[in-house]
Design a protein around this ligand. Structure first.
Ligand code: PBG
Length: 316
């Protein structure tokens, strides 16, 4: 083995982990308006795009060899209920139709959540006392998933962490003629400091309080396995662990315990750390990104959701 390492002979043949563009999912932010290409200050290289610009960006992503995007919407207006999330003419619904019309072969996954659409920035229905009403939230989330599937989404990815959401979404989709639309569940979503830049990008920082009431404690791993099993029982087709690098043990253990298709979400803060260090000249961006993504695959993720996707695909 050491001889192989020293000489580099057979390196490709004995490599244990493969990383290709086919493993990558590119997140994209679509925003209301025309001709908008807005840089996200905290995420160099990431932009909020209006629909026509989004379609162009998706074409570039495809040209780099990536077939799958994860879509987030930034609506023109927000309200208490987050009604923009399930509006037939909502920003994401319109974007899905435009993307699929321009390129039917593009796989479009939608983030199914309310936090980008609620004026208070929480992922569900907020009671007067400031706590989230789980069951009312389920109704709104199921409506959101249904409207996304009806607009042509290939899969929906609920990221809210309400109890029972997978079952609620599954039965709504089944009842309304979308029995074949898969659900990709953010089954292990931690209450993480690494979402900071995303909340800036999507304008979804909670006005009051935080998300610890419904996201998981970073100290727990058995809970992630339990949550994943529950989601699979409720009908999830694929699971997500999020964030990725600080939680590689969770990626590994969820994969081992469930054997289910699994994506890891290399989140905004993980992206921005590498970008910032690379910009300062402290890290070799390309080497750091490919090492990080390979490690996420090695831990057991089938797919990786990452803002580096397009760059990485070009490097690969
Ligand atoms: C919630 C959602 C979040 C992210 C994806 N979906 C934010 C949150 O829970 O605050 C974060 C992704 C990232 O940091 O890149 N809809």
């Amino acid at each position: 083995m050491r001889r192989l390492r020293r000489t580099g002979v057979l390196r490709g043949l004995v490599r244990e982990t493969e990383l290709t563009a086919a493993h990558l999912i590119q997140p994209l932010f679509v925003t209301a308006g025309a001709d908008v290409r807005e840089d996200v200050g905290s995420m160099p290289g990431v932009r909020r795009l209006s629909i026509a610009a989004l379609v162009e960006e998706a074409a570039a992503v495809r040209a780099a060899g990536i077939d799958t995007v994860l879509l987030f919407g930034i609506p023109a207006a927000k309200d208490e209920m987050g009604s923009g999330a399930f509006d037939e003419e909502g920003i994401v619904q319109m974007a899905i139709r435009a993307l699929k019309e321009a390129d039917p072969g593009l796989t479009v996954i939608t983030d199914t959540c309310l936090c980008e659409y609620t004026s208070h920035g929480h992922c569900g229905w907020l009671r007067d006392d400031g706590t989230v009403d789980n069951d009312l939230s389920l109704e709104l989330l199921a409506k959101t998933a249904l409207s996304q599937a009806a607009a042509g989404a290939d899969a929906v990815a609920p990221s809210d962490m309400m109890d029972g959401r997978i079952g609620a979404i599954r039965s709504q989709l089944d009842d309304e003629g979308h029995a074949e639309t898969p659900i990709i569940s953010y089954s292990a979503k931690y209450a993480s400091a690494f979402y900071g830049p995303f909340r800036d990008a999507a304008g979804s920082t909670p006005r009051d309080g935080d998300r610890r009431g419904y996201q998981m404690d970073p100290a727990n791993v058995l809970e992630a396995i339990r949550e994943s099993r529950i989601d699979l029982d409720e009908g999830a087709d694929m699971l997500i662990v999020k964030p990725a690098l600080p939680f590689l043990d969770v990626v590994h253990r969820v994969k081992e315990a469930t054997g289910a298709p699994l994506a890891a979400y290399h989140v905004s803060g993980e992206y921005s750390m590498i970008k910032a260090a690379a910009r300062a000249g402290w890290l070799d961006e390309r080497a750091a990104v490919l090492e990080a993504l390979t490690s996420i695959r090695r831990a057991g993720a089938d797919a990786i959701i990452t803002y580096h996707a397009r760059d990485a695909a070009e490097w690969l």
